[in-house]
Design a protein around this ligand. Structure first.
Ligand code: FE2
Length: 340
């Protein structure tokens, strides 16, 4: 068990370089309310007794994942991989933010989804994200969670928030049952009889978020509510949310770690009151028995460079070698969805 007070990150923090002017486009960093919130978070933010596993602690990681709906594993990436990912993330952040002068974001002010701005809905066109699909530190844990090596990649995405993201993102889950093609274009599960929802199933969909930078009390750590992956009640709104949930954040957690999440568990973004971007690029996986629509995101040439297992996991995401894969970023409404 790792306690905040007992085990701070004992080295110079890995923080993201950021071009001046990328953040703090809204309230000032010196606004009295911002200063008061910063002081409050510096003193109180974070899950007390956050347990952090080592990559070899597979059984322990699965036990915590089943119990809490998420688990943190340190050293999923080595120093070189962490630096590579950090550089790729900063390049993508610069490209995406350059399209958004007012920092309106697409997940609230100063908040962005990588996949939500990528025109493939995924980041697998970048080598830094492809590197994450099959790692010797994470693949055994995913295999244990799913009980099989035959799971698949849904997409690779993640999100980031700029300094000056002063608000909280409402608690939510990342998947829901089918309602209509317009409201739930990526969902497929519907039990017309009303007996079962996706919340009653074993975990169908896992997201692995990678930390290219240290996650601390002030730079917008993910807030994660333990044990909510099967909850049949909706999460509280921002107005209803109790303070203990606002402070239930995954920090401190070191660069190179992963947060492995059951996406049904309630979670949300928190204020980034630091001077650095905070990003959590991810890879998202479906259980061997679960599928929802996906779209191509890797060229055949890039797919050929991946490991055997990574090629197996991404076999539904590779573009036909005779077709061009258009990539780039846009804040335009979702393109017409082409299931396959
Ligand atoms: Fe989310």
């Amino acid at each position: 068990m790792v306690d905040h007070a007992a085990a701070p990150i004992e080295r110079e923090p890995d923080t993201a370089p950021l071009r001046p002017g990328l953040g703090w486009a809204g309230p000032s960093r010196d606004d009295p309310e911002v200063v008061a919130l910063r002081d409050h978070l510096a003193a109180n933010n974070g899950i007390v007794g956050l347990e952090i596993c080592e990559p070899h602690e597979i059984e322990r990681a699965v036990r915590i994942f089943d119990r809490d709906g998420f688990v943190v594993v340190r050293d999923a990436l080595n120093a070189e991989q962490t630096a590579t990912l950090a550089a790729g993330v900063i390049a993508a952040v610069e490209e995406i933010v350059s399209l958004d002068d007012t920092r309106e974001g697409n997940r609230g002010s100063h908040r962005y989804s990588f996949g939500g701005t990528s025109i493939t809905r995924s980041m697998l066109h970048r080598p830094e994200w492809r590197m994450l699909v099959d790692l010797p530190t994470v693949t055994p844990i995913l295999t244990a969670i799913f009980g099989s090596t035959d799971y698949v990649v849904r997409a690779a995405s993640g999100d980031f928030c700029l300094p000056g993201a002063v608000g909280y993102q409402p608690l939510h889950a990342d998947m829901r049952d089918f309602v209509s093609p317009e409201r739930t274009p990526f969902s497929s599960f519907l039990d017309r009889r009303g007996y079962l929802t996706t919340r009653d199933l074993p975990v169908p969909y896992v997201c692995v978020n990678f930390l290219p930078f240290d996650q601390d009390r002030l730079n917008g750590p993910t807030r994660q509510i333990p044990g909510t992956q099967h909850a049949r009640v909706p999460p509280p709104t921002l107005e209803e949310e109790p303070e203990w949930m606002r402070l239930s954040t995954v920090c401190p957690a070191p660069a190179g770690a992963v947060q492995i999440r059951d996406v049904r568990a309630w979670h949300g973004g928190t204020p980034n009151l630091s001077e650095h971007v905070r990003a959590i690029p991810n890879v998202e996986y479906y259980a061997p028995w679960f599928r929802e629509p996906t779209i191509p995101a890797i060229t055949y040439a890039d797919w050929r460079t991946m490991s055997d297992h990574a090629r197996h996991l991404t076999r539904h995401l590779v573009q036909d070698s005779s077709e061009e894969l258009r990539t780039g970023y846009s804040f335009a409404p979702l393109l017409p969805f082409r299931p396959r």
